[in-house]
Design a protein around this ligand. Structure first.
Ligand code: BES
Ligand code: ZN
Ligand code: ZN
Length: 457
């Protein structure tokens, strides 16, 4: 807010106080009005929320009229106000035996309302609030299943949690167990699951909001509930973070819930292959060969490159649905963390039209993406000696592109497809964003995926 605005705001507030009895006033500066984006507002709103919460405020009325709203950015800016608020509400303290002051169970949610005394923006503010609430609640749902530890969020529980959350939304949820996965010839997913004690799941969510004749769009997410690395065991330090290896899957489940609750006029299928990756006696051994649903064979030369294995069968299944396009999200490679850190999510696609759609969706969501290169040369690295493919390359460098191009071998060639590697952005990046917990799941990519569905005509 520039100086003129805040002056206006103050005078106006005094007037409001007399009429409506407000006791406290929080002024939020947004900087140069010409340079304000919806992300500026989202962050400012989150900072304001934290301030109010620290002061134990129980209800707040937002004067959206004071925002720099032009016809072009109005909807996005209004939504950002509420997204910043609701995303900041998230806490995860259910495992503390002594409740914290900020424990969600103890503290009722702050009541948020919109100042309605001024005509003009009230209707759009109300619909923006509703949309923001649905999306933020979906993001917070993804965060909750991510933060829940591996012993309490294994593949069967993830399936049940999805079913429960989908009740009453119009989503159809179908869940395949280990026996069905094997029968359906998903040998790569089945192979990964053999090392763990928990049975794997394939979670299929269908939403039909569009015309019957319209092709669906497909979201696929890696739902690896704990990645120990398997026989190619990971080092112990930081291994606890591998409970977040299902954040791609969580993002897809959350996206589907949001799409259904927003009643978008699209047909969408969400697919989440879910497994543990453990080093039990029946685990994949380096060199083992498994066969995916499309018949392609893979030498599992490193059991820690399991994400691409479980996703491969899900991508074959997604291709069989003949969708308009497929996008997948996965905490796939440590190389992605090295390349881009925790600000940008890297995405890979060979389809320029889909790339444009993604760029547009991200611009509207406020999430930061970076397009990564993927070349047929990378595929040479992934050719097997004894099988069609291998799940790791002996060649150093471009590890994320190698993972991406491996996935591409399981997508029907004429279907536009993009892969999002969220390894660097899925958790512990809250120091970047005031509406994300400092430590814990971020819920990244849900907002962009919802936008993709929204913009799909
Ligand atoms: N889940 C990991 C990737 C990961 C690493 C996610 C760090 C988040 C943070 C994945 O399954 C994995 O272990 N990938 C291997 C692949 C390698 C063996 C080719 C990796 O990146 O080291
Ligand atoms: Zn791994
Ligand atoms: Zn993994």
């Amino acid at each position: 807010m520039n100086h003129g605005d805040s002056l206006f705001f103050r005078q106006y507030a005094r007037k409001e106080q007399n009429q409506q009895g407000f006791t406290n006033l929080l002024l939020v500066g947004l900087g140069d009005a010409k340079r304000v984006t919806h992300e500026t507002i989202r962050r400012a709103s989150a900072t304001a929320f934290k301030n109010l919460k620290a002061n134990s405020v129980k209800s707040v009325t937002i004067a959206v009229e004071t925002l720099p709203l032009t016809a072009k950015n109005k909807e996005e800016n209004l939504r950002a106000v509420f997204e910043g608020f609701y995303l900041s509400e998230y806490t995860f303290e259910i495992y503390k035996s002594v409740p914290n002051k900020s424990n969600a169970k103890e503290t009722p949610k702050m009541k948020v309302s919109i100042l309605t005394s001024l005509a003009g923006n009230t209707t759009s503010a109300k619909s923006a609030e509703k949309e923001a609430r649905i999306v933020a609640e979906a993001v917070n749902f993804a965060r909750t299943i991510g933060d829940t530890p591996g012993n309490e969020m294994n593949p069967p529980i993830l399936g049940e949690t999805t079913k429960k959350a989908a009740t009453g939304t119009g989503l159809k949820v179908t869940i395949w167990d280990g026996a069905r996965i094997k029968k359906e010839k998903m040998g790569n997913l089945h192979g990964v699951s053999l090392g763990g004690g928990e049975d794997p799941r394939l979670i299929i969510m269908e939403y039909k909001g569009g015309a019957k004749s319209k092709k669906p769009i497909c979201f696929v997410g890696k739902g690896l509930t704990f990645d120990s690395g398997g026989i190619s065991l990971k080092p112990g330090a930081g291994m606890e973070e591998m409970k977040y290896d299902m954040m791609g899957g969580a993002a897809v489940i959350a996206t589907m819930l949001a799409i259904a609750k927003l009643k978008l006029k699209v047909n969408v299928i969400g697919i989440v292959p879910s497994s543990e990756n453990m080093p039990g006696p029946f685990a994949n051994k380096p060199g083992d060969i498994t066969t995916a649903r499309n018949g392609k064979t893979t030498e599992v030369n490193n059991t820690d490159a399991e994400g691409r294995l479980i996703l491969s069968d899900a991508l074959v299944y997604a291709s069989e649905q003949k969708p308009e396009f497929i996008v997948d999200a996965a905490t796939l490679t440590g190389a992605m963390v090295m390349a881009l850190g925790d600000v940008h999510t890297g995405f890979f696609s060979r389809d320029t039209k889909l790339t444009q759609k993604i760029t547009k969706a991200a611009a509207a969501s406020g999430e930061t993406l970076w397009e990564m290169p993927m070349h047929e040369e990378h595929l040479k690295d992934m050719k097997g000696t004894y099988a069609d493919l291998q799940n790791v390359s002996q060649r150093r460098g471009a590890g994320s592109a190698q993972g991406a191009i491996y996935l591409g071998e399981f997508v029907e060639k004429d279907i536009p497809w993009a892969h999002f590697d969220i390894a660097g952005t899925a958790y512990n990046n809250g120091h970047r964003l005031p509406y994300t917990p400092a430590k814990g799941a971020s819920g990244v990519i849900v907002r962009t995926f919802v936008e993709l569905a929204k913009q799909h005509k």
